[in-house]
Design a protein around this ligand. Structure first.
Ligand SMILES: [Zn+2]
Ligand SMILES: [Zn+2]
Length: 348
């Protein structure tokens, strides 16, 4: 069994520290990856703090993983040692329900197996990418192009696909007016993708300080959502709004900016459910939706698109031992726009 070294929280809310464990022995369909980079997602912080219900500890977080294949099972077809490979939020699913059949494993009827904090089919816990290696079924392993900076590719595996999937599902395209709410790890990727698809992109933020950066990332216009007059100017004008914010905020004010027959999609789960003015839907036949990460097939499509168009995340690289400090900074939104751990700094 491959020996692993990682960083784990041993109990809820505990600071992360070095942790030794074992990965499963690679089976015939498995790929063993030496991890080089792992992005730091807000959900890592939520789960370490056990904010989403009872979690399993020790917890090795991390689901934005990029590394190099070191070993493959006898039946693996798509990977060989030396290839770059990635792993996102899922490492398995039931593979037989309608969602799995359509390549939408994130909506698996039986629940997908998370990259960390879940149970594998053999009942053993999954450990994530804040570690030096991982063993994953080929069906949940992504091909990574050598054309892109691999550290900046890592966040595409969660922040990237989480914004890509709804923009594609709601068919965002050239000439449309698209709103992106919030400029964090998700929002900055939403701006890049919507801009790349040829849409006119408006970023909604509570902080005027983010305006310049938003334009650099591809926004055509920035609206400070606290300014009611500014908001009013955009009434009934958006084809689609992608709301990436999980902090409490007024979704009714945003919904009023959507055109007749337009849609707004939520990506963040606020601590308390927002109140919805139903008339806001009825009087313009608007749709309000939600979306969760993306399937394996569309994650590969996104990665291939990014390689072709030179799209990656804006990152700040950190050594492994600075992870607790990084969590504190994330709580203050002090990151542009994703921390990525350099696993070369993880020493025994
Ligand atoms: Zn994530
Ligand atoms: Zn399934």
């Amino acid at each position: 069994m491959p020996a692993s070294l990682g960083y784990a929280a041993l109990s809820p809310k505990a600071p992360l520290g070095p942790f030794r464990f074992e990965r499963r022995e690679p089976g015939p369909h498995d790929v063993q990856i030496e991890i080089h980079y792992c992005g730091v997602c807000h959900s890592d912080l939520h789960q370490v703090n056990e904010e989403w219900g009872t979690a399993t500890f020790p917890m090795v977080p991390g689901h934005e993983i990029v590394g190099r294949v070191v070993k493959v099972g006898a039946h693996v077809k798509g990977f060989k040692p030396g290839d770059l490979a990635g792993v996102g939020c899922m490492v398995d699913s039931c593979r037989s329900c309608p969602s799995c059949g359509e390549g939408l494993e994130q909506y698996c009827d039986k629940g997908f197996v998370g990259t960390y904090g879940s149970k594998q089919k053999d009942g053993t816990p999954t450990y994530g990418g804040y570690s030096n290696n991982i063993v994953v079924d080929e069906a949940f392993t992504l091909r990574i192009s050598p054309k892109l900076n691999p550290a900046a590719v890592a966040p595409l595996l969660c922040a990237g696909i989480t914004t890509w999937s709804p923009l594609r599902h709601w068919k965002v395209s050239k000439g449309q007016k698209i709103g992106i709410v919030g400029l964090g790890g998700l929002g900055h990727m939403g701006v890049k993708f919507a801009h790349s698809f040829g849409a006119r992109v408006v970023l909604f933020t509570t902080s005027q300080a983010k305006a310049e950066d938003a334009r650099r990332l591809g926004a055509d216009e920035v609206v400070v959502s606290r300014n009611k007059d500014e908001m009013k100017k955009h009434a009934r004008s958006f084809d689609f709004i992608l709301d990436t914010v999980s902090a409490p905020h007024d979704i009714n004010a945003l919904l009023g900016l959507v055109k007749r027959d337009g849609a707004m999609t939520l990506l963040g789960v606020p601590p308390a459910d927002p109140s919805l003015k139903v008339g806001n839907l009825i009087f313009a036949r608007r749709q309000l939706g939600g979306s969760l990460i993306g399937g394996i097939r569309e994650t590969q499509e996104m990665l291939d698109y990014c390689a072709e168009h030179g799209i990656v995340s804006d990152i700040e690289m950190i050594p492994m031992h600075k992870i607790n400090e990084a969590y504190e900074r994330m709580l203050k939104s002090d990151v542009k726009y994703r921390f990525v751990i350099d696993l070369a700094t993880l020493k025994p």
